[in-house]
Design a protein around this ligand. Structure first.
Ligand code: GAR
Length: 224
């Protein structure tokens, strides 16, 4: 049986789209029971509706506390039979009220190589800092922002003085690959958490040649 999941969004939902597409292609084995947004009018809601996925909008400003907001989200998601939650551009910190309802089953994508550049503009902060390698991280969610145990990271090169929108796009292309991959590992029971470490059952992953698992930017010259 496919893992029943919810996707939480706050905006455009391009990561949601990558999850929908991989699911419809039969690559990702989940049942998207609900897309929930904390912002009315988020384009991700339209994307969900186009694919016949139930949606809910819950404005956090209508609640007196984070806990009250989280407990209403839990009620809606549990009613929909959800067992795991994917935060895909959901710009809210969640509380133990939410985490305890889905223990070890809430994951998030962040557009930076954590623990660097947590927060609302990971790509902009990395570009401003002048990093040569930027990227994205999928991690289990805990009570702190962009903090939980890391499942997968992908590095992409960053170039001095480039338009941050270019970097944002380059990272997003990879987000659309690593988030569905992490969800598939979760859905097939291949992840286990040991404190800050996430172990992946690698039995079916082909060994990559060493050169495929490093990225150096600027590239090394011949002989180094
Ligand atoms: C993505 O880049 C995601 O990594 C980021 O929001 C964007 C949502 O785009 N999330 C965070 O910054 C979380 N701290 P999308 O709505 O097109 O998927």
């Amino acid at each position: 049986m496919s893992l029943p999941v919810a996707v939480l969004i706050s905006g455009g939902g391009s990561n949601l789209q990558s999850i929908i597409d991989k699911t419809e292609q039969g690559i990702l084995d989940v049942d998207i029971r609900m897309v929930l947004s904390n912002r009315a009018g988020a384009y991700g809601l339209v994307r969900a509706e186009k694919h016949g996925i139930p949606t809910a909008t819950l404005n956090h400003k209508d609640f007196g506390s984070r806990e009250e907001f989280d407990s209403e989200m839990v009620r809606i998601l549990k009613d929909a039979g959800v067992e795991a939650v994917v935060m895909a551009g959901f710009m809210r910190i969640i509380t133990p009220v939410f985490l305890n309802a889905f223990p070890g089953r809430v994951i998030n994508i962040h557009p930076a190589l954590l623990p660097s550049f947590a927060g609302v503009d990971g790509q902009g902060d990395a570009a401003e800092y002048g990093v040569r390698l930027a990227g994205c991280t999928v991690h289990f969610v805990d009570e702190k922002m962009d903090h939980g145990a890391i499942i997968i990271q992908c590095a992409v090169p960053a170039y001095p003085g480039e338009d941050v929108e270019e970097l944002r796009k380059r990272i997003l292309v990879q987000e659309h690959r690593v988030l569905p991959q992490a969800i598939q590992w979760l859905a097939t029971g291949r992840l286990s958490m040991h404190g800050r470490f996430v172990r992946l059952d690698e039995s079916s992953i082909p060994a990559a040649p060493a050169d495929c698992t490093i990225l150096v930017n600027p590239p090394l010259e011949q002989g180094f």
